[in-house]
Design a protein around this ligand. Structure first.
Ligand code: BG6
Length: 474
């Protein structure tokens, strides 16, 4: 593995503390970082290196999955971190940063391989990438990469503008756009799961599959993120990125999972053929209060007349020969009855299509993404006592605490230069194109806002969406 400098903008922020440093530390523990590396943290706060390193150690104790008996390793790890306080809106700051980066590279005997991680508000992406280029920070004799957090734009136009800015400083194959759902262990397993099981391959198409249901429900509300969420809503926050990616990852058929170019090209082809039916096949909802739980409009920072959706459901079709006619139902929302991210594949129940109906239930393959990591298969079987047909479920699940977090996988990939599980601009642009009409219809109230009680299953209109196709949510 080539040595590198990891230059983190937003080093004192929440994401750095909760996800980025713990992930880097776990990679370090598992020898997945290069032998020589340095981390440069950039933040607003005036802190000495030592003070910052202590903050990082605290975050490792709080959030790293290795939290006991590794005191010495933590101390060793943070020695590679240098902190600099900078006003990143000022051009002169980038000269200071360049001087520091070069100094650290000399001291650690590093080649000029640089990863810039933008863990900051999207408002700052422009000024940072422009100045990285201007200051010559990106003019390296080694390689350079940039990792960008979501949201990538707020609509099609702002996403295009942002992309122009980023592509002015970095080539497409140097841009690692994070969608943390693509780093989730079970999502990374999807391609392998189908390609490594010959039994499944002939089933993965419109002839055998009746519908696919993707659920990403959350128990939490909007929390302290109202100012962001009021601009986003569930469509931008979850559907444009995570949910569409889950659809693509379920529908791709390539067997060689580590080919970033092929995988991303296949996802682009799928995105091109995806059809969201606006008026009738989209449901939006907002949570209302329940005993002891605030309604969305009462949350701190939310406008009391807010029309923002905290729930979104839709049915979509992929219009290609493999998937045409198979509904992909998606639903996601906040303040629902439980946290659950899963993909349910409902197979056609040909037995019940015959004249003589049986009691057989459809075969279901459920892929549990979060909080469980598991796979289950529902089959029909004869009860040995009653002789009746009943459903049985074969289950696999693991809650091994050593399963890496999404960020760990994604950072390892970015350090290795593997783009497979990062989104290509073409995917992002097409995703915005498909949600743009929905956003506009929400804006003009062409799609009504439904309400659901906090802690419930979501608006009943979401059930109608699936029922009208002759199915129910699993
Ligand atoms: C983020 C959204 O991208 O994903 C949040 O901005 C959401 O609103 C989160 O809560 C859900 O992620 P996970 O990994 O908890 O399912």
């Amino acid at each position: 593995m080539e040595n590198m400098s990891f230059i983190l903008f937003g080093a004192t922020g929440d994401l750095a503390r909760r996800k980025i440093f713990p992930a880097l530390f776990n990679l370090y523990r598992n020898q997945k970082l290069p032998k020589a590396f340095s981390i440069i943290g950039i933040g607003k706060e005036e802190l000495s290196n030592k003070q910052f390193q202590e903050l990082v150690i605290d975050s490792l104790y709080e959030y790293s999955r290795h939290s006991v008996n590794d005191k010495a390793q933590k101390a060793e790890f943070v020695k590679s971190i240098t902190y600099i306080s900078l006003d990143i809106t000022k051009e002169t700051s980038y000269q200071k940063l360049l001087t520091l980066v070069k100094k650290v590279e000399r001291e650690h005997n590093l080649q000029e391989n640089r990863i810039f991680y933008l863990s900051v508000s999207p408002k700052l992406f422009n000024v940072i990438t422009t100045n990285i280029k201007k200051s010559n920070l990106s003019n390296t004799s080694g390689w350079k990469r940039v990792i960008i957090e979501k949201p990538f734009g707020n609509d099609l136009k702002t996403a295009q503008q942002l992309n122009d800015i980023v592509q002015n400083a970095f080539q497409e194959d140097e841009i690692f756009r994070i969608d943390h759902y693509l780093g989730k262990p079970m999502v990374k397993n999807l391609l392998t799961f189908v390609s490594a099981n010959p039994m499944l391959q002939p089933l993965w198409n419109k002839h055998m599959i009746a519908n696919i249901q993707i659920t990403a429900n959350e128990e939490v509300g909007v929390g302290s993120r109202a100012s962001y969420y009021e601009q986003a809503g569930a469509v931008r926050d979850m559907f444009q990125n995570h949910m569409l990616q889950l659809i693509m990852m379920t529908a791709v058929t390539m067997l060689d999972e580590r080919n970033a170019i092929k995988l991303r090209a296949e996802k682009v082809q799928l995105m091109e053929t995806i059809r969201v039916e606006n008026q009738h096949d989209v449901v939006r909802g907002q949570y209302t209060k329940a005993p002891c739980i605030k309604g969305y409009k009462d949350e701190l920072g939310v406008d009391s007349s807010s029309n923002i959706e905290t729930f979104f459901a839709a049915s979509l079709f992929i219009e290609n020969p493999l998937w045409e006619g198979v509904p992909f139902f998606v639903r996601t929302g906040k303040r629902l009855n439980k946290k659950e991210t899963k993909i349910v594949i409902e197979f056609k129940n040909v037995l019940n299509n015959h004249e003589k109906k049986t009691n057989s239930k459809p075969n279901l393959l459920t892929i549990h993404i979060n909080p469980d990591y598991g796979i289950s298969l529902q089959l029909n079987s004869k009860n040995p006592i009653t002789g009746e047909l009943e459903t049985i479920t074969m289950n696999f699940s693991s809650n091994d605490k050593d399963i890496p977090e999404a960020y760990e996988y994604l950072l390892a990939d970015a350090i290795q230069g593997d783009l497979s599980y990062f989104t290509h601009w073409d995917e992002v642009e097409l995703a915005w194109k498909s949600v743009q009409p929905i956003i506009e219809n929400f804006h003009t109230n062409k799609i009504p806002l439904n309400f659901y009680q906090a802690g419930s299953n979501g608006p009943k209109e979401a059930d109608d969406l699936v029922n009208k196709h002759g199915y129910k949510w699993w």
